[in-house]
Design a protein around this ligand. Structure first.
Ligand code: ME8
Length: 650
């Protein structure tokens, strides 16, 4: 009989869809991916969830500024996260969006259930409201009259709202935290939450009047309100599993780890745990609040223009180097300062010199001494110390996963890399080859080295999946890493003799000193380049390759501008009429800062003719003009000589 797999559930926060994804978001998501992959190696059935938080004031405001519907706005924006996760090799099992029906249905159901059970009530409320954070504060919470979280101005608001009876769960929550050491990690953060719970816990305002904020999930019992964005967002962790009944029977609740940054620990530890208590679900088994990445000691922010863009890092250094660096450099739970120099240092020392060099020298020795074939060991009893070192190392790594101590796990794995390099040096295969008795020993040494490298490759797989797979390919092993699993490390000697190895390219090429300055200048300037708000960002690198038929789906036509006028209240947009031979198209183009309407009449342009129409500032746009953004100067694409209208451009 097949034994059902044990289940394991891990999540990241759902990120605000409006933000441009940066290394902070990548950090949490990579950390969750590492644990998800590790658990799969241990034969667990894993559910790994990430997604986007799509309601709230900021999304509405941004969509209004662009003159588009908020739903169209989020439909576009969430892809930036999805695309980045694919690029970073994130193995999430689902991606939830709070504007999806499956999510909204459960939020509505929970609200109605709590309302029917009188856990939600209406009251008049006066408080200080921070619009960017979408949070109410009391007078005593304010710091110098500003929001205690973001230090921005707050407004005094008085209105009727709905409240969730959170305060009644305070004693239960305190007791729960105190009696479950691992519920909140690290311990310092746990103490902070306990400190917060020393003050009386007020009830949670869970509504916003629709007239002030129409973009949210309507309250089922009062349509003139929408749900507070945090009450809505937290439910994502269970809405992904369907109804409350399905969640209980799914085997994925309680969640094993909610990974999050320290910024959102209170909302998870206090709001989320008490909401779960009220609806009768168990609290999460663990909330891990990691530290904060800064850049030169400063908070990353679009307005300062200092966010570190993961795509630029990947273009320059490769995915696995980034994954490795983020988790190796700073203990999970502590703050860290990002520096490209430190990243290059780690690539050169840990990846190129230690691991890369171990693989290269082993491959070249097996090639030279054993015709590229993993030899049969002369004795399977020798080298007990080496085998013991690996056994201990693997056991320690397994224990360290319990506390998500990623940097220690990597440190411990690299001790095994050092052990293997030392084993080679001590045995000096280059001397063993010189005598007949030496050759006997050589076979054992090369076999054991290959097995060490296989073990290391499995251990690094959660952190650097592509590199681990490449190592397996070079060792000539076809069985996938997940199939080999941690189980295959229990006894020494899984690797079979007689396999043909496939030496390949260097895994981690060294970054030469002479190139460092150039690389640093290039990544730093790309990062700082005119960091623009969403939708106006240009991709700097060449996009992924596509096939010709994918390109041919874009219908590009020549067209002549026959009318052009400014749009009231818009600095950027012009309304154009473009003749494309068979019809006249109305196009709203963001070129007003670079072209006067009169200049455009009779100009021949290239129009994307099969783009779904959208509304910009309430005006329908039936196509898009091709243009280049030359350091902020928009230049329309054109022809010389000028062709007729309506011709297809390829
Ligand atoms: O808070 N260093 O979304 P968010 C480390 N939608 N981690 C960072 C970071 C940094 N500088 N910046 C961001 C929200 N993060 C809500 C969550 S969950 C139900 C709703 C990571 O887009 C870190 O995980 O502001 C942090 O908690 C999260 O991004 C905040 O993402």
């Amino acid at each position: 009989m097949k034994i059902p797999k044990k289940k394991f559930y891990i999540t990241t926060p759902i990120y605000y869809v409006n933000d441009v994804p940066h290394i902070g978001h990548a950090y949490t998501t990579i950390a969750a991916d590492v644990t998800a992959r590790y658990k799969r190696l241990n034969n667990y059935k894993v559910f790994f969830l990430t997604g986007t938080d799509e309601h709230g004031q900021k999304v509405l405001q941004a969509a209004r500024e662009l003159g588009i519907e908020p739903q169209d706005h989020v439909d576009k924006l969430h892809n930036r996260f999805k695309e980045l996760w694919a690029r970073l090799n994130i193995s999430n099992d689902d991606f939830i969006r709070t504007t999806e029906k499956r999510h909204q249905t459960l939020v509505t159901h929970i609200l109605q259930k709590l309302y029917d059970r009188k856990e939600i009530y209406k009251d008049s409320y006066e408080g200080w409201y921070c619009t960017p954070d979408e949070r109410f504060w009391t007078e005593k919470d304010l710091v110098n009259g500003n929001c205690p979280d973001c230090n921005r101005k707050v407004e005094k608001i008085q209105e009727h709202n709905y409240f969730f009876k959170m305060g009644q769960h305070q004693d239960w929550l305190k007791k729960y935290i105190k009696s479950n050491n691992k519920f909140i990690q690290p311990a310092s953060r746990r103490n902070e939450v306990l400190g917060f719970l020393e003050k009386p816990l007020s009830d949670l305002c869970i509504s916003r009047p629709k007239e002030r904020l129409p973009w949210g999930i309507p309250l089922p019992f009062d349509e003139s309100y929408v749900t507070y964005v945090w009450f809505d967002a937290l439910i994502n962790y269970i809405s992904v599993h369907g109804t409350l009944e399905k969640i209980e029977s799914s085997g994925f609740w309680p969640v094993n780890h909610h990974l999050l940054g320290k910024d959102i620990l209170t909302t998870h530890a206090v709001y989320w745990s008490t909401i779960l208590k009220a609806i009768g679900l168990d609290p999460p088994l663990n909330l891990f609040a990691h530290g904060w990445w800064t850049i030169n000691g400063q908070k990353m922010s679009k307005s300062v223009g200092n966010t570190v863009e993961p795509n630029i890092l990947v273009d320059q250094f490769g995915v696995d180097a980034i994954r490795y660096f983020l988790l190796r450099e700073v203990p999970f739970g502590l703050d860290g300062d990002f520096s490209h120099k430190a990243l290059i240092g780690r690539i050169n020392s840990d990846l190129a010199n230690n691991l890369g060099n171990l693989l290269n020298r082993t491959m070249s020795m097996i090639k030279r001494y054993h015709d590229q074939i993993i030899p049969e060991p002369n004795s399977r009893a020798e080298d007990a110390d080496l085998k013991n070192e690996f056994k201990l190392g693997i056991e320690t790594v397994q224990k360290l996963y319990g506390d998500l101590a990623y940097h220690k796990i990597l440190e411990r794995i690299w001790l095994l890399v050092d052990t293997t390099n030392k084993y080679i040096d001590t045995n000096s295969p280059w001397n063993l080859i010189k005598s007949e008795s030496g050759k006997q020993r050589l076979a054992t040494v090369m076999y054991n080295t290959a097995e060490c490298i296989r073990s290391i490759s499995i251990l690094i797989y959660p952190f650097m999946p592509k590199s681990a797979e490449t190592i397996m390919e070079q060792l000539g092993i076809e069985t996938s890493i997940e199939e080999q699993g941690m189980e295959s490390l229990k006894t020494w000697g899984w690797i079979k003799s007689g396999r043909n190895i496939q030496p390949g390219l260097q895994l981690f090429p060294r970054i030469e000193d002479k190139d460092v300055e150039k690389i640093l200048k290039s990544v730093e300037s790309l990062n700082n380049k005119d960091q623009k708000p969403p939708m106006l960002i240009e991709t700097e690198g060449i996009c992924d390759q596509i096939l010709i038929d994918e390109f041919m789906k874009v219908d590009l036509r020549t067209g002549k501008i026959i009318e052009a006028e400014k749009i009231k209240k818009s600095k950027k947009l012009l309304k154009l009429k473009v003749d494309i031979g068979t019809e006249i198209r109305q196009v709203v183009a963001g070129i007003a800062e670079c072209y006067e309407p009169d200049q455009l009449i009779n100009r021949t342009v290239i129009l994307v003719a099969n783009l779904k129409p959208v509304k910009l500032m309430g005006i329908e746009s039936q196509g898009m003009l091709l243009a280049a953004n030359n350091n902020g100067q928009i230049v329309l694409a054109g022809f010389d000589p000028i062709p007729n209208q309506g011709i297809r451009v390829r």
